[in-house]
Ligand binder design. Structure first.
Ligand SMILES: NC(=O)c1ccc[n+]([C@@H]2O[C@H](COP(=O)([O-])OP(=O)(O)OC[C@H]3O[C@@H](n4cnc5c(N)ncnc54)[C@H](OP(=O)(O)O)[C@@H]3O)[C@@H](O)[C@H]2O)c1
Length: 348
């Protein structure tokens, strides 16, 4: 049994504005926790790094002295839970930590329900990605909320990222023209050549608005919003009558000064167009769609297994790299879904 644990925590209180830097996090060592009845101890293999985690820190959900929250894929080392044995692989929420407890009394977001994973049914890392919360986010926001119809045009921002790559491919499967927005040229190439989008425009281009307009000759019927800011401003004039927009995330604003409601600002900018063209805008929170998880898996897992839906991961190595990988992801230096592998994956 492990005696020691290492984890990353906030070094001092709640970050109020801006982006994380070298001083934001601290690596601490502590005794490994021991499972009580109804609990299990697991060794973290993959830590999922997601933009919402910056919100957890800024809103005070993560506390100094405790491991920073994250969804994880882990292997059980000691279990006092019926039906869970050492060696089993699980989806859980060990956070930015080498070891963690799961089970009775262990705090976690209500909708992040630990579950046993079957490594024969695909890569275990997918449980925090395409076959987990990210896939469900894309499925709910694109297929259930935006109700895409064959022949329409969909635009997806942060198109090469964890959620974006899945959302666009789902729309393509439904028969839409799909246009991505991403950063660097290699990401735009990947979106078209690997993911099968019809076009991809770079938000780094000074001509983004004109290039997007040219890529959407019949306007925009569905917009899957991950970014906000200048990207939203480029999409706004292109909305067709009756278009649907899902606000999944507004990552361009996650470093805004405390108290700025980026959604309200975006709605204010968009309101004249939304009203005049009857655009429906819906907010997405993946936790509201957990009841549709089985339906999502039944539809999407076979597409992933067949290679019709492709999924790129950006896997960094070692617990030490978590803060730098997290900062890189927030500023777009990830290429695919960002994960950190903190111990060996015996399934590979
Ligand atoms: N609503 C929900 O329940 C829910 C659930 C999961 C995720 N989300 C949201 O979904 C979005 C995508 O999350 P993800 O996990 O898939 O992350 P991700 O897309 O893998 O990574 C973030 C990407 O955002 C892009 N980006 C960052 N800053 C930008 C800026 N200023 N302008 C344009 N693009 C920028 C970067 O890509 P480029 O290099 O291409 O710019 C970066 O790679 C986030 O907004 C996240 O908060 C929401």
């Amino acid at each position: 049994m492990p005696t020691n644990n290492r984890f990353w925590t906030l070094s001092s209180g709640r970050p109020l504005g801006g982006w994380p830097d070298e001083g934001t996090f601290e690596l601490v060592e502590a005794p490994a926790p021991e499972p009580a009845p109804g609990q299990a101890l697991s060794r973290t293999i993959y830590v999922s790094l997601d933009p919402y985690q910056w919100g957890y820190k800024r809103r005070g959900v993560d506390k100094p002295g405790q491991p920073c929250h994250a969804r994880t894929v882990s292997q059980v080392v000691e279990s006092r839970i019926d039906g869970l044995a050492p060696g089993d692989f699980v989806f859980n929420t060990n956070g930015w930590s080498e070891y963690g407890l799961m089970g009775e009394g262990v705090p976690r977001p209500a909708y992040m329900i630990p579950r046993k994973l079957d490594p024969r049914r695909g890569r275990i890392s997918h449980a925090v990605g395409v076959l987990g919360m990210l896939g469900l986010t894309a499925y709910a926001g694109m297929m259930l909320m935006a109700e895409p119809k064959s022949g329409e045009t969909a635009v997806v921002s942060a198109a090469s990222g964890g959620v974006g790559q899945i959302a666009g491919q789902l729309a393509r499967e439904r028969g839409l023209r799909v246009v991505g927005i991403a950063g660097k040229p290699e990401k735009c190439r990947f979106v078209v050549e690997e993911l099968g989008y019809d076009a991809c425009v770079s938000h780094l281009s000074p001509d983004m608005a004109a290039e997007l307009k040219a890529a959407c000759p019949r306007g925009v019927d569905v917009y899957f919003e991950n970014v906000g800011g200048a990207v939203f401003d480029a999409v706004l004039p292109l909305f067709n009558a009756g278009a649907r927009m899902t606000i999944c995330g507004l990552i361009a604003h996650y470093g805004d000064a405390a108290g700025v409601d980026s959604r309200a600002a975006l709605m204010k900018r968009g309101e004249p167009v939304f009203q005049s063209r009857g655009v429906t805008v819906k907010d997405l929170f993946v936790g509201d769609w957990i009841a549709r998880h089985d339906e999502f898996m039944a539809e999407v897992a076979p597409l992933v297994a067949l290679g019709r839906i492709k999924y790129r991961e950006d896997i960094r190595q070692g617990l030490e790299t978590i803060p730098s990988a997290f900062s890189e992801m927030l500023r777009g230096a990830n290429f695919g879904k960002m994960l950190v592998q903190v111990s060996p994956d015996p399934t590979l």
